[in-house]
Write a protein that binds this ligand. Structure first.
Ligand code: NAD
Ligand code: WQD
Length: 366
């Protein structure tokens, strides 16, 4: 018998597909809703190839409350949701803010309404370290603890901070209303998971990030330069007050991140804490130059790069203090960023078309 059934929104996307895999591997049944805006159903095949189990899939838009409700009705065993579905491009969020608020905030409200209607009471939410904005504006807030004041500096980050508030208010209200009515209330819980910089791919080389558009994150771009799809990497600023002048980030392997969702979900179901925020990061900060060096070591040659001006909105340092997740969730990262570079390279080098091509037979045989 399954440990439980979980609805995963955005489950064919990058982090959602790895989390679906982790849940299936740990005995959960998984039902995915995704509108395939930035992903492909091939992710389901790869999940099945790796673990021998396949999630149920529904092509549903999270802003469609009725369609979500129908999925819950069809699967009455669902008691929890992991909510990934969102638009996530920081630059684009400033150009089409209403779309970001509609999908990210509006979609989360539809989801919570459908959950409430169907008595689905645990939600694990994909928040982001971006909600902290520039934590160097405070003294002693690097590495960043959860009590660091929120202060997002872009529209995307503001949607994440708003959704955190929406979830917090809703869970509190549900608990209080049920308690007043003399009914069991503790089943309503929320985990706000603030991820730092997710990266890497499955060690098999058959599952990884496959965005529909142009990537803008550092590691996928390094992959594009290494495969020859791009001529060179642009390093956004080498005049930061860091050890080598480039900005510092906390890169976290997507397999570690997926496990973080599993343990957070288990924690909610077992401890019923109400709403809690946890940082998911390694606590280790790496500069852009350190990432290039690690990637060079993997590919055995030097990536071509050029230093250009700082990118607007970038901050000096986003390194997590993950102590709370270490202690409460008994979770910590296990895979170093060097391994993330190696896994990313195995994925992009063997699958230059991503999920639009079959993986090489030798990887399938392994
Ligand atoms: P992704 O784009 O690969 O996954 C998001 C999924 O949501 C996609 O499959 C997309 O098709 C789906 N989706 C988008 N709009 C939808 C809608 N209206 N209805 C249904 N499905 C919809 O992104 P990801 O990197 O896997 O990110 C997952 C979550 O984690 C997002 O909420 C993102 O904001 C958050 N996050 C990502 C990062 C990162 O660097 N990747 C960092 C912190 C937080
Ligand atoms: C990492 C570092 C860049 C590209 C973003 C979002 C954040 C979260 C994760 C969703 C920075 C430098 C990058 C390049 C470079 N996503 N860089 N040249 O900006 O830390 O975080 O993704 O929640 O919200 O803002 O990630 O990978 O874009 O950049 O020099 O071509 O690499 O300046 O220091 P970032 P990133």
């Amino acid at each position: 018998m399954a440990v439980g059934t979980v609805l995963i929104t955005g489950g064919t996307g990058y982090i959602g597909s790895f989390t679906s895999l982790a849940l299936l591997e740990h005995g959960y049944d998984v039902v995915i809703v995704d509108n395939l805006y930035n992903s492909s159903k091939v992710a389901l095949d790869r999940i099945e190839l790796i673990c021998g189990r396949r999630p149920e899939f529904y092509k549903v838009d999270i802003t469609d409350e009725e369609a979500l409700s129908k999925v819950f009705e069809k699967h009455p065993s669902i008691d929890s949701v992991i909510h990934f579905a969102a638009l996530k491009a920081v630059g684009e969020s400033g150009e089409i803010p209403l779309e970001y608020y509609r999908v990210n905030v509006g979609g989360s409200i539809s989801l919570l309404r459908a959950m409430s209607k169907n008595n689905v009471t645990n939600i694990v939410f994909s928040s982001s370290a971006t909600v902290y904005g520039d934590a160097t504006r405070f003294e002693n807030m690097i590495p960043i603890p959860e009590h660091c004041p929120i202060g997002p500096t872009n529209t995307y980050g503001r949607t994440k901070a708003m959704i955190e508030d929406v979830i917090t208010d809703h869970v509190k209200a549900q608990r209080s209303n049920l308690q007043k009515a003399g009914k069991p209330f503790e089943q309503w819980n929320g985990a706000l998971l603030r991820y730092f910089n997710p990266c890497g791919a499955h060690p098999s080389g058959i599952m990884g990030e496959d965005p529909q558009g142009v990537p803008y994150n550092l590691l996928p771009l390094m992959g594009k330069v290494a495969t020859g799809d791009r001529e060179k990497l642009l390093v956004f600023g080498d005049d930061y007050p860091s050890r080598d002048g480039t900005a510092i980030r906390d890169y976290i392997h997507v397999v570690d991140l997926a496990k973080g969702h599993l343990v957070a979900l288990n924690y909610l179901r077992e401890n019923k804490p109400g709403v809690k925020a946890w940082n998911l990061g390694s606590g280790r900060g790496s500069t852009v130059y350190e990432m290039i060096k690690a990637f060079n070591a993997v590919i055995g040659r030097e990536l071509k790069y050029e230093v250009v001006a700082r990118r607007q909105g970038d901050v000096l340092d986003l390194t997590a203090n993950p102590t709370l997740a270490n202690e409460e969730l008994k979770w910590k990262t296990e895979i170093p960023m060097e391994q993330a570079c190696e896994d990313l390279w195995r994925w992009v080098n063997n699958n230059p078309q991503g999920y639009r091509q079959d993986p090489p037979p030798e990887l399938l045989a392994a």
